[in-house]
Design a protein around this ligand. Sequence first.
Ligand SMILES: CC(C)(COP(=O)(O)OP(=O)(O)OC[C@H]1O[C@@H](n2cnc3c(N)ncnc32)[C@H](O)[C@@H]1OP(=O)(O)O)[C@@H](O)C(=O)NCCC(=O)NCCS
Length: 206
Amino acid sequence: MDPRSAAGRATHAFRTCAVALDGRFVDSPVMQIRSAEPGDSGSIREIHLNAFDENERHAVADLAAALLSEPSDPGALHLVAEDGGTIVGHVCFSPLFDRAKLECVGFLLAPLAVASSFQKRGIGSALVREGLRRLEERHVDSVLVYGDPAYYGRFDFEVETAKRFVLPFPLSQPDGWQVRLRDPGGFLDEVVRLDCVEPLRSPELW
Ligand SMILES: CC(C)(COP(=O)(O)OP(=O)(O)OC[C@H]1O[C@@H](n2cnc3c(N)ncnc32)[C@H](O)[C@@H]1OP(=O)(O)O)[C@@H](O)C(=O)NCCC(=O)NCCS
């Protein structure tokens, strides 16, 4: 996934639906965020096929669908944004494990997409914030992401601390690897060697 995807391809079409004037997404009868269900798989694939560039859309759509049926413990968190019953956005948070201790140490935010004609209305932010809120409720300490710091910085993801979380793959753009800690002051100064769920174990995704 190219962490710089999507910049500049947003559109302001359909801006009339239920979105606050300050650009922040508002839950309303026509626009809502809910947990995804197995039957949403086709719609979720379509969102990623629509939102990502040609060179990565099929790989990301396949990844999203595979993560929806991923039987990990703990399970992945999938959220969709619906506009009047139509799915227009999707985000997944899947568990990351300490390879040595074989325990879950955080979640990976990937993939995230909003249908191109619905972008720039705060839907992506609303999906991310709702996912972070739910993970905080579950006392998840770390959420990692491989994406554009210009976008994820607004959710308090940062690059420096993420260097302590080492993936089993080389990253083509190491500056895109970021972490958001629930308690930034409480993190021990140690390196954690990570493992991820099976659909993400493809070096070409990184
Ligand atoms: C990234 C994405 C999910 C954002 O969804 P969205 O609903 O448009 O997001 P929001 O409305 O909450 O935020 C829009 C803001 O983010 C900015 N933004 C979007 N993608 C960005 C990027 N890659 N880098 C920096 N800023 C970005 C927009 O320019 C906009 O800025 P503004 O508020 O100053 O106008 C959407 O653009 C998308 O689906 N892109 C294609 C897939 C993709 O790249 N996913 C992320 C992979 S890591």
